[in-house]
Design a protein around this ligand. Sequence first.
Ligand SMILES: Cc1cc2nc3c(=O)[nH]c(=O)nc-3n(C[C@H](O)[C@H](O)[C@H](O)COP(=O)(O)O)c2cc1C
Length: 152
Amino acid sequence: MLTAHVVYATMTGNNEEVAKIVCDALAKHDVQVTETEISQTDIDDFVQADILVVCAYTYDEGAMPEEGLDFYDDLQDADLRGKVYGVAGSGDKFYGEFFNATVDHFDEAFKEAGATAGAEKVKIDLEPYEEDVERLNKFADGLVETAKHLSA
Ligand SMILES: Cc1cc2nc3c(=O)[nH]c(=O)nc-3n(C[C@H](O)[C@H](O)[C@H](O)COP(=O)(O)O)c2cc1C
């Protein structure tokens, strides 16, 4: 059975909701899912799963969540070859070029650590609406498909 670990960072709940949608979609594929808040997540536990997902907000014009910086540093030092990853997030289009900058930073960190992208990153504007749920369902489909392919 495939396993997934979904980590979220949230202040007002949007990214927790994004994470929940991804968890539900993965569970529908019979993936065994663990979900944790970023500051409560040990990188050594996180990297045990086959599918690694981060859902996190952006603050202060492109800043990453402060409570997630240790996790981010540890992720950059990890060896994630053979792992499948995906990054999704809720930000605010109002911030223009900084829209969901955190999603880009985590995407880069996973790539640098040697992980395989299972799906294109998903950037959501504020709370997830119906079309965002669709995008996140497809995101989860991609993660599972890629993980099955890698483990075959
Ligand atoms: C002071 C402040 C700065 C923000 N800066 C950004 C930003 O640079 N880029 C972005 O995409 N969103 C930015 N946001 C918007 C949040 O990322 C957005 O509201 C997000 O949905 C919050 O997620 P959460 O509900 O999980 O905390 C900012 C919000 C606040 C209050």
